[in-house]
Ligand binder design. Structure first.
Ligand SMILES: Cc1cc2nc3c(=O)[nH]c(=O)nc-3n(C[C@H](O)[C@H](O)[C@H](O)COP(=O)(O)OP(=O)(O)OC[C@H]3O[C@@H](n4cnc5c(N)ncnc54)[C@H](O)[C@@H]3O)c2cc1C
Ligand code: FES
Length: 269
């Protein structure tokens, strides 16, 4: 059954800096809060009168009652404008959009790998894994301590994340994918799924590691978007028609995704 989408006018309740270049925004969106699932995203219109015509996509970070939050990185014009918006400012939120992560009941271990702002797309999933009492390891990568995200939020769920930073300012010095390789090489668990979101190169590396260890992997892709409604084709990625086939079709990250089975993605670079 098709899920209903809502286009809600709401106001920013809070919009606070949580790390270097990263902000957390809360707003009331009751209909979206009641129906969104892990992996799904919203398309947010802000500052339309100020010249920013296109919406920007963000994953839902938390749902509490009627409130949703998003955790976002300031990367360009739109997120820079958004980061300066005060509580009380009107925004339009369209959602919930896209598909969801698939979590099997009989998992022995879920491994969640987030790189940079990618962890924002995994928090609702981590919350669900916890609720469903599925054993979960969370691996978080960041450039350095000042850009490390979500450590406390994950700890509040009773999970101690393993951390990797490029400069070693906190946790392991190196790539979060090194932590994943180590975990997969040591674990005795049988039924494992790896869930990941982050920069393109990291997703590709995670997919390759999971292939090497013959583990199921779901990736949340974050291609640039135009409409987010399946119309403009601006967000497509190459997806294999069959596993192990080199034949592919273009699928829309906004509608067929954002979550894909990692072995089906054809990585361009
Ligand atoms: C489904 C989905 C969910 C997302 N969830 C989150 C989230 O929860 N938190 C978060 O911080 N970000 C998330 N993003 C990325 C976010 O949408 C972009 O960072 C944002 O739209 C950038 O807007 P801007 O106007 O600041 O940047 P622009 O001015 O539009 O771009 C500035 C620079 O960033 C690059 N850029 C823009 N968008 C992306 C992108 N999607 N991936 C890689 N590079 C990009 C551009 O190429 C350009 O170099 C998500 C993206 C998608 C598709
Ligand atoms: S963003 Fe327009 S089709 Fe996906």
């Amino acid at each position: 059954m098709k899920q209903k989408k809502y286009d809600l006018k709401t106001t920013i309740l809070s919009n606070q800096k949580v790390a270097e270049d990263h902000y957390m925004l809360h707003c009331n969106c009751p209909e979206i809060a009641h129906s969104a699932e892990p992996g799904q995203f919203i398309h947010v219109l802000f500052n339309a009168g100020g010249g920013l015509l296109l919406r920007r996509p963000f994953t839902i970070y938390t749902i509490e009652g009627q409130q949703i939050s998003m955790l976002y990185q300031v990367i360009g014009e739109g997120t820079s404008i958004l980061s300066k918006m005060k509580p009380g400012t009107a925004i339009h939120v369209l959602g919930p959009l896209g598909n969801t992560f698939t979590v099997c009941d009989d998992l022995d271990l879920a491994i969640v790998v987030g790189g940079g702002a990618g962890i924002a797309s995994l928090m609702l999933l981590i919350t669900e894994l916890k609720t469903r009492q599925i054993e979960t390891s969370v691996l978080v990568g960041a450039m350095n301590e000042s850009r490390l995200l979500s450590q406390t939020d994950i700890q509040d769920l009773g999970i101690t994340p393993q951390i990797a930073t490029d400069d070693g300012s906190v946790g392991y010095q190196g790539l979060v994918t090194d932590l994943l390789s180590e975990l997969l090489s040591k674990t005795s668990k049988h039924k494992i799924t790896v869930f990941t979101c982050g920069p393109y190169g990291m997703l590709k590396a995670v997919a390759n590691i999971c292939h090497k260890f013959d583990r199921v992997c779901q990736v949340a892709m974050e291609n640039r978007m135009g409409c987010a409604l399946g119309v403009c084709l601006g967000c497509v990625c190459k997806v294999r028609i069959e596993t192990d086939s080199e034949e592919f079709e273009y699928q829309r990250v906004c509608t067929e995704g954002p979550v894909f089975a990692a072995p089906n993605i054809i990585w361009d670079i």
